[in-house]
Design a protein around this ligand. Structure first.
Ligand SMILES: Cc1cc2nc3c(=O)[nH]c(=O)nc-3n(C[C@H](O)[C@H](O)[C@H](O)COP(=O)(O)OP(=O)(O)OC[C@H]3O[C@@H](n4cnc5c(N)ncnc54)[C@H](O)[C@@H]3O)c2cc1C
Length: 349
C-alpha cells in the first residue's frame, strides 16, 4: 500500500529528469548550430604549398575572394629545404622558406585571406560544401580547391632527421645536382628508387642502390635499366643502420641481413626513395583516390568526382612531384573553379 505513492513520486522524478535532459540536449544542439557555420565563401583553398598559393593568386585575381587555410606546415614541403635551383624566375636559386613567403605575399597582394588552421573534416554531400576547421567551426564554400600535398616516407633514423638537407634528401630531381661527380646512395626497391638511381647515375660518379631483399618490387623494365647501368651498384639484402656525418653526410653503415655483417661505405648524398604519403586521409570515402591515396582527377582538368571540388599539386600527382608542376595544376584548379562558378551563375540568370 505505501509503495504506490512512492512509485508515483519516482515516476514524477523520472519524467522531470527526462524533461530537463531533453531541454538541455536541445539547448546544447541549438548552441552548436549557432557556433557551427562561421561564414560562406566562394572559394576555399586547403593547403599553403606551391599548388595552394598559385591557386590563390589566380582565384583572387579572378575576384573569387579565396580563403586559404595553411594546415600544420605553412608553406608546405619546400619550407624544409635549403636551396631551390630549378624553379623558374630565380636565376640564382632561392631558399625554400623565402620562396614560399614570396608566394604568400603575391597571393595576399590580390586579396587572398591566408589563415592558420587545419581542415579536420569535410562534408561534400550537398551543393554547398562544408569544411570543419580545427574541430571547432564550419566554413561553407561554393568551390573547394584541395592542395594538401604529400609527405615523403622516411626510414626513421635519428641521423636521417639531423642530416636532412645536409646530404639527406627525398628527391633526386631536386637535389641530385648538388652531388655532381660524387658517390651517393639511394634506398628503396620500387620504381621510384630505380628512377632516382637512374637519374643520379647521369650526374654522379657512383650510385649505391640499397635493397632490403634479394629482389626488387620495381617493374621489370626499371630493374633492367638499373642493372644495366655500370655506375649503379646494388646492395642486396641490405638495410641502413645509420647515416654517418656530423654536419653533413660522409658515409652510411649498411647491414647485410643474411650475414649480419655491417660495413661503412663513404657517400656524400643519401636519397630516401621508399615512397610518399599523400595527405588525403580526410577525403577517404568521399573523393575518388587510387590505392595509395592519390586523388583522382578527370583527365586534362582538376575536377574530382564531386562537383565544385578540384584537386591539384602533389595530392593528386604521384609522378612528377615538383614545385613547378604543383604550381601549374594550382593555376588549373583556380581556372576550373572560376569556370564552374561562371557556368552556375549563367544557369541561374
Ligand atoms: C626536402 C624537399 C626538397 C624539395 N626540393 C624541391 C626542389 O628543389 N624543386 C622542386 O621543384 N620541388 C622540390 N620538392 C618537391 C616540392 O616541395 C613539392 O612537389 C611541392 O611542395 C608540392 O606542392 P603542393 O602545394 O602540392 O604540396 P605541399 O608543398 O606538400 O603543401 C601541402 C600543404 O597542405 C597543407 N595541408 C595538408 N593537410 C591539410 C589540412 N587538412 N588542412 C589544411 N592544410 C593542409 C600543408 O600544411 C601544406 O601547407 C622538394 C620536396 C622536399 C620534401
Amino acid at each position: 500500500m505505501i509503495i504506490r505513492p512512492y512509485s508515483k513520486i519516482i515516476e514524477l522524478f523520472r519524467k522531470f529528469y527526462l524533461f530537463c535532459n531533453q531541454n538541455r540536449l536541445e539547448v546544447f544542439q541549438n548552441l552548436k548550430i549557432q557556433m557551427e557555420v562561421k561564414e560562406r565563401v566562394k572559394c576555399f583553398i586547403i593547403g599553403s604549398g606551391p599548388a595552394g598559393y598559385t591557386a590563390a593568386i589566380y582565384a583572387s585575381r579572378a575576384g573569387l575572394k579565396p580563403v586559404l587555410y595553411t594546415g600544420s606546415q605553412p608553406g608546405g614541403q619546400l619550407t624544409i629545404t635549403n636551396d631551390v635551383e630549378n624553379y623558374p624566375g630565380y636565376p640564382d636559386g632561392v631558399v625554400g622558406p623565402q620562396m614560399m613567403m614570396d608566394f604568400q605575399r603575391q597571393a595576399e597582394r590580390f586579396g587572398t585571406q591566408v589563415r592558420n588552421g587545419l581542415v579536420t573534416k569535410v562534408d561534400f554531400s550537398g551543393e554547398i560544401h562544408k569544411l570543419t576547421i580545427d574541430d571547432s567551426f564550419i566554413i561553407e564554400a561554393e568551390t573547394v580547391i584541395v592542395s594538401t600535398g604529400a609527405s615523403a616516407k622516411w626510414l626513421g633514423l635519428e641521423s636521417e632527421q639531423r642530416l636532412n638537407s645536409k646530404g639527406v634528401s627525398a628527391c633526386a630531381v631536386c637535389d641530385g645536382f648538388f652531388f655532381r661527380g660524387q658517390e651517393v646512395a639511394v634506398v628503396g626497391g620500387g620504381d621510384t628508387a630505380c628512377e632516382e638511381a637512374s637519374y643520379l647515375s647521369k650526374l654522379c660518379k657512383k650510385v649505391y642502390l640499397i635493397v632490403r631483399r634479394d629482389q626488387m618490387r620495381a617493374s621489370q623494365i626499371m630493374q633492367k635499366r638499373v642493372l644495366n647501368t655500370p655506375n649503379i651498384e646494388i646492395l642486396w639484402n641490405s638495410v641502413t643502420e645509420d647515416i654517418l656525418g656530423e654536419d653533413s653526410v660522409n658515409g652510411m653503415r649498411i647491414k647485410n641481413t643474411v650475414t649480419n655483417e655491417t660495413k661503412d661505405i663513404p657517400v656524400t648524398g643519401f636519397f630516401v626513395a621508399i615512397g610518399h604519403q599523400p595527405n588525403t586521409d580526410i577525403f577517404k570515402g568521399i573523393l575518388d583516390m587510387d590505392e595509395s591515396g592519390y586523388l583522382i582527377t578527370e583527365k586534362g582538368s582538376t575536377r574530382t568526382n564531386i562537383e565544385g571540388v578540384f584537386a591539384c599539386g602533389d595530392a593528386q600527382d604521384n609522378v612528377y612531384r615538383q614545385a613547378v608542376t604543383a604550381a601549374g595544376t594550382g593555376c588549373m584548379a583556380a581556372l576550373d573553379a572560376e569556370r564552374y562558378l561562371a557556368t552556375k551563375e549563367a544557369e541561374l540568370a
